[in-house]
Design a binder for this molecule. Structure first.
Ligand code: ADP
Ligand code: MG
Length: 407
């Protein structure tokens, strides 16, 4: 695998000599868990997609006789050992998928961890316990980082989802390891997301939605410098519509963000970047209401909530997206978790899937879930595995975990 132009210098896992070497692989095995039979602290993996995503990197290393030391976080144990966040169910699932034993150290660092690592033979794999059981991980503590580095000869980062965090396992330890590179997950993310920062085919259209303007105003501002048009939906659109003087009834609106929204619309107008807002929305009396009605944005009843974009808006957005040659999408167009309010989100997913001429990239946890739910994830160019990380990347920010991989 080779990485695209802008980030040359970062080596891919395929470029590293790994035979007989101890290779630390930072993975994002932060998977959802469910209570297992038997109760207590025992858990099982509810969705193994993040584990499966790392199999190509792990198989590559196993086939080449590396001694693999896996590091991941799981949940937010806040620097303490909490059995419910043990990686035990993850190690078990990984062992099933690889059809290999996966030794699990009962701590991230310490005598036990060192022993598990030093017992590794070529082609074997061991996992350290949840890195966030130690406060040094999130604090990027130098001593903790050095200890992790002492467990390996080569460092591979395949955890794009945490690349925007400067933690011991994503940055601190890396400077103490001689050889470093990106795994397949990381390389693919860098490859596709960096295309959005380069010389893109135009028009470049960004679709932004989701819950809050406040989460994404930096992204909106940064996109103004790069795109030809911005399409807005979701609760975020409510705030923009209210900023334009519409009455949104009981809809979710960030009243304290109206000045930011107005300011954004003014800047976009000055730059002649088209900002598309809904002309109609689907309203209901609440999330569990039986009746959902499309209304024009000028006619939202005082007791109603806007929970999806309406049919005219869907039509207009489909046209804009059909004409695009580059699309970045983050944030659902409505409360897609409820089928009654999922039409706008599904229509955007389909518009991306149908546009075979465009580079289509989806980022964001809920957006990725929505396109998977629509069965269209494999019909777009790339669905990012990182929520916050993908948003920082498309803003053109340098992610610490990626910067650390540069020679
Ligand atoms: P992502 O994870 O893709 O970045 P966000 O987390 O920003 O997306 O937003 C997703 C959430 O926004 C979903 O839970 C969805 O229900 C909610 N949402 C979208 N539109 C609306 C709306 N009109 N009213 C209330 N919530 C909404
Ligand atoms: Mg989200």
């Amino acid at each position: 695998m080779s990485l695209s132009a802008g980030i040359t210098g970062i080596r891919a896992v395929t470029d590293l000599a790994v035979e007989g070497k101890r290779v630390f692989v930072r993975v994002d095995h932060n998977v959802p868990l469910a209570k297992a039979d038997g109760g207590g602290a025992h858990r099982k993996v509810a969705d193994d997609a993040r584990i499966r995503a790392t199999l190509p990197t792990l198989r590559h290393l196993i086939e080449r006789g590396a001694r693999i030391v896996l590091g991941s976080h799981l949940g937010r144990p806040d620097g303490q050992t909490k059995p419910e966040y043990s990686l035990e169910p993850v190690a078990q699932r990984l062992a099933e998928l690889l059809e290999l034993d996966v030794a699990l150290a009962d701590e991230p660092v310490g005598d036990g961890a060192r022993k598990v690592v030093s017992d590794l033979r070529d082609g074997q794999i061991a996992m350290l316990e949840n890195l966030r059981f130690h406060p040094g991980e999130e604090a990027n503590d130098e001593q903790f980082a050095r200890t992790l580095a002492s467990y390996c000869d080569v460092y591979v980062n395949d955890a794009f989802g945490t690349a925007h965090r400067a933690h011991a396992s994503t940055t601190g330890m890396v400077k103490h390891v001689a050889e470093k590179g990106a795994g397949f997950v990381m390389a693919r993310e860098i490859d596709f997301l960096s295309r959005l920062l380069g010389d893109v085919d135009r028009p470049y259209v960004a679709v932004l939605g989701g819950a809050k303007v406040s989460d994404k105003i930096e992204v909106l501002d940064a996109l103004l410098e790069r795109v030809n048009a911005i399409v807005i939906g979701g609760a975020m659109a409510n705030t923009f519509l209210e900023a334009q003087g519409k009455s949104l009834g009981k809809s979710k609106v960030e009243r304290d963000k109206l000045p930011i929204a107005r300011n954004f619309l003014r800047k976009a107008a000055e730059k002649r970047i088209a900002v598309h807002l809904p002309t109609d929305v689907v309203v209901a009396s609440g999330l569990d209401a039986d009746a959902a009605t499309p209304v024009a944005v000028d006619a939202i009843p005082a007791d109603a909530m806007a929970l999806d974009i309406g049919p005219s808006t869907i039509e207009a957005y489909r046209r804009t997206l059909g004409a695009a040659r580059t699309v970045f999408w983050n944030g659902p167009m409505g409360v897609f978790e409820k089928p009654r309010f999922a039409a706008g989100t599904v229509a955007v997913a389909r518009a991306l899937a149908d546009n075979k001429l465009a580079l289509t990239v989806v980022g964001g946890g809920d957006s990725a879930a929505a396109i998977a739910q629509a069965g269209l994830a494999d019909k777009v160019s790339h669905v990012s595995t990182g929520g916050g990380a993908s948003l920082e990347f498309v803003q053109g920010l340098e992610l610490p975990g990626i910067a650390a991989l540069k020679p």
